[in-house]
Design a protein around this ligand. Structure first.
Ligand code: GSH
Length: 202
C-alpha cells in the first residue's frame, strides 16, 4: 500500500486529495516537521533536501509532490483525472501542473520568506513587493484561463486542478487571493467543496 509522509497543509495534500477522489487506499505517516527532524538521516534518506512530502510504494521511495501525484495516477488511476497522453488537453494538463509548482510556488515561497518569516524591522520592501507582484502575475494567468470554464482543462475536474488547487490554497492562506481575482477565488471555493479536498486539508 502507498505510504504518504505527510504534515498538515504541506504539498502531500495533493497526493491525499487524488487518492481520496479515486478511492485509492493509502497509509498516512504524519512526520515531525521540525528542522531538527528534517535534518535527520532518517528523513534525508526519504527526502534528500529535507522537504515535505515523501512517499513509499512497492519497495521504493520518492520525493516531489507533482511526480508523486503523476505516479499514483499512472499506477492506480486507470486513466481517471488525466486526459489522454499526447493530446492538446494532456499538454494543458502538464502545462498547468508544472506552472502550479515550478512558476507559482517560487514567488509564493519568496513572499512567505520575505514578508511573513522576516521580522518587520528587517523586511526589505523591494523584495516583498517583487514577490507579491510575481504571485499576482501568476494569479492573473489563472484568472484569464478561467474566463469561460469552471476547471483548467477541458472544463472537467482533473489532476491539474489538484496541482493548482493546493497552490491557490497557500496563496489564500497568505492572503494574496482576493477581490482582484474573482474567478480564481470562486474556482478555489468550488474545489474546496469536494470531499477529497476536505479530507486532504483536514
Ligand atoms: N517541489 C517540492 C517542494 C517541497 C517543499 O518545499 N515542501 C515544503 C512544505 S509544503 C517544505 O518542506 N518546506 C520546508 C523547507 O523548505 O525547509 C514538492 O513539490 O514536493
Amino acid at each position: 500500500m502507498l505510504t504518504i509522509y505527510h504534515y498538515r497543509s504541506t504539498r502531500s495534500v495533493r497526493v491525499i486529495w487524488a487518492c481520496e477522489e479515486l478511492s485509492i487506499p493509502y497509509h498516512l505517516e504524519i512526520i515531525d516537521p521540525s528542522e531538527e527532524y528534517r535534518r535527520s538521516e532518517e528523513w534525508r534518506a526519504l527526502s534528500p533536501t529535507g522537504r515535505i512530502p515523501a512517499m513509499a510504494d512497492d519497495g521504493f521511495t520518492m520525493f516531489e509532490s507533482g511526480a508523486m501525484l503523476q505516479y499514483v495516477l499512472d499506477r492506480y488511476g486507470g486513466g481517471r483525472l488525466v486526459p489522454e497522453p499526447g493530446t492538446a488537453d494532456s499538454a494543458h494538463y502538464l502545462q498547468w501542473s508544472w506552472f502550479a509548482e515550478a512558476t507559482c510556488s517560487r514567488p509564493i515561497g519568496d513572499f512567505i520568506r520575505h514578508a511573513l518569516n522576516t521580522p518587520e524591522a528587517e523586511r526589505v520592501p523591494a523584495l516583498v513587493d517583487e514577490a507579491r507582484s510575481q504571485v499576482i502575475t501568476c494569479l492573473d494567468a489563472v484568472e484569464s484561463a478561467l474566463q469561460d470554464t469552471d476547471y483548467l482543462v477541458a472544463n472537467r475536474f482533473g489532476a491539474a486542478d489538484i496541482m493548482m488547487g493546493y497552490t491557490l490554497m497557500v496563496v489564500q492562506l497568505v492572503k494574496l487571493l482576493g477581490n482582484d481575482h474573482p474567478r480564481t477565488s470562486a474556482y478555489l471555493a468550488r474545489l474546496s467543496e469536494s470531499d477529497g479536498y476536505k479530507v486532504a486539508t483536514a
